[in-house]
Design a protein around this ligand. Structure first.
Ligand SMILES: [Zn+2]
Ligand SMILES: [Zn+2]
Length: 137
């Protein structure tokens, strides 16, 4: 069991299995939300333990589209646990209290990375969205 929670401890969840992978997004949205390191979890492995009623959604103005969840009491970014499309969703890896077993597999939106952030692992790098653009390193 892999546990996760927000800063105030009001929101708690569990993963019955390790995430399918981990990735790092350097886009301004993920950086400002404080959720650059993401794990991807299958919906059936995710369970709320407490505080689902504390979870609020931020809907950005266009052209941005990703609705992101956070704890309304402490502000911790949770990722997108309310996402309903697809087999799973990304969660903020920093919310995990246990080792998720998986390690970072890629960097995306490296073109938007701030100059002061140095990539120190050998994971593949993509200038933008890996689904649309080939790897650059
Ligand atoms: Zn909280
Ligand atoms: Zn991003």
């Amino acid at each position: 069991m892999i546990r996760g929670s927000c800063c105030c401890g009001g929101v708690r969840f569990e993963l019955a299995a390790p995430p399918t992978m981990m990735g790092t997004c350097h886009c301004s949205r993920c950086r400002k939300a404080g959720a650059s390191n993401l794990v991807f979890v299958k919906r059936e492995t995710f369970r709320w333990v407490a505080g689902r009623e504390l979870v609020e959604t931020f809907y950005p103005d266009p052209p941005f589209t990703l609705a992101r969840q956070f704890c309304r009491r402490c502000g911790t970014a949770l990722g997108e646990p309310f996402a309903t499309e697809g087999a799973g969703f990304p969660l903020n890896a920093h919310c995990l209290d246990d080792d998720p077993i998986v390690r970072n597999r890629f960097h995306e939106w490296v073109s938007a990375k701030p100059a002061w952030y140095e990539i120190c692992d050998g994971a593949r790098q993509f200038a933008e969205d890996p689904v649309k653009a080939p790897a650059t390193a």
